[in-house]
Design a protein around this ligand. Sequence first.
Ligand SMILES: *[C@@H]1O[C@H](CO)[C@@H](O)[C@H](O)[C@H]1NC(C)=O
Ligand SMILES: *[C@@H]1O[C@H](CO)[C@@H](O)[C@H](O)[C@H]1NC(C)=O
Ligand SMILES: *[C@@H]1O[C@H](CO)[C@@H](O)[C@H](O)[C@H]1NC(C)=O
Ligand SMILES: *[C@@H]1O[C@H](CO)[C@@H](O)[C@H](O)[C@H]1NC(C)=O
Ligand SMILES: *[C@@H]1O[C@H](CO)[C@@H](O)[C@H](O)[C@H]1NC(C)=O
Ligand SMILES: *[C@@H]1O[C@H](CO)[C@@H](O)[C@H](O)[C@H]1NC(C)=O
Length: 176
Amino acid sequence: MRTSTVLSVLSAAALSLAIDAPETTNNLSASYFAVLPNRIDTDVRGTMTIASAPNGKGANIAFTLSGLPTEGGPFLYHIHDKAVPADGNCTGTGAHLDPYGRGETPPCDSTEKQTCQVGDLSGKYGTVNATGYSAAYTDKYLSLVPGTPAYFGNRSIVVHFANKTRITCANFTTIS
Ligand SMILES: *[C@@H]1O[C@H](CO)[C@@H](O)[C@H](O)[C@H]1NC(C)=O
Ligand SMILES: *[C@@H]1O[C@H](CO)[C@@H](O)[C@H](O)[C@H]1NC(C)=O
Ligand SMILES: *[C@@H]1O[C@H](CO)[C@@H](O)[C@H](O)[C@H]1NC(C)=O
Ligand SMILES: *[C@@H]1O[C@H](CO)[C@@H](O)[C@H](O)[C@H]1NC(C)=O
Ligand SMILES: *[C@@H]1O[C@H](CO)[C@@H](O)[C@H](O)[C@H]1NC(C)=O
Ligand SMILES: *[C@@H]1O[C@H](CO)[C@@H](O)[C@H](O)[C@H]1NC(C)=O
C-alpha cells in the first residue's frame, strides 16, 4: 500500500475508536444562564443562555461577547467540566466537557459535530475573531437533564486566547 493509503486507513481506524456523541432528548423544559463577571484583569464581558430546544431535541444557545482584545485571537470558548472556584480562578474549571472521551486531537471537524468534544463550542460553531461577537445556534449534543453524561448545568463557560490561555469564565446557573 502507498503511504498515503496506509495513513488514511490508520486515521480512519483512530476515528472509529472515538465514541460519537449521541443526540440528546431533553424531556424537560429548562434554561441556564452564565454571565461573565466584572474582572480587573480583562475587559471581556458577555452572557450565554442555553435552553431546551423545540421538541426537546438538543439545546438552543445564545452567546454574546464584548471587550475582546485586538490581539491574541481568534478566541476560543468551551464548556468546561467543573464549576468556577469561588475565587474566580479559571484554571480550576478543569478540562473541556468531554463525556465520551474524545480528547483534544485531532481538532474538531465542524462538519462532523458528533465527533467533537461536546463542550467544544467554538470548534463546532466557529471561533471569535473580533472585539465583539454574538451568535445563536442549536446544539444537538448538550443535555439539560441532570445526571446524564452531557449535562452542563453545573459546569462553566470559559473564553480563551488562541494560545489556550484562559481569559475569563463563569458558572451556569438555572433560570427559574
Ligand atoms: C428523562 O430522560 C432521562 C434520560 O435522558 C431519563 O433518565 C428520565 O427518566 C426521563 N424523565 C422523564 C420524566 O421521562
Ligand atoms: C497567550 O496570548 C496572550 C495574548 O497574546 C498573551 O498575553 C499571553 O501571555 C499568552 N500566553 C502564553 C502562555 O503564551
Ligand atoms: C484574528 O485572527 C488573526 C490570526 O488568524 C489574528 O492575527 C488577529 O489578531 C485576530 N483578530 C482579533 C481581533 O483577535
Ligand atoms: C460556581 O459554582 C460552584 C458550585 O455551586 C460554587 O462553589 C462557586 O463558588 C461558584 N463560583 C463563582 C465564581 O461564583
Ligand atoms: C489558579 O488555580 C491553579 C490550580 O487550579 C493554581 O495553580 C494557580 O496558582 C491559581 N492561580 C491564582 C492566580 O490563584
Ligand atoms: C455535574 O453533574 C453531573 C451529573 O449530571 C455529575 O456527574 C458531575 O460530577 C457534576 N459536576 C460538578 C462540577 O458538580
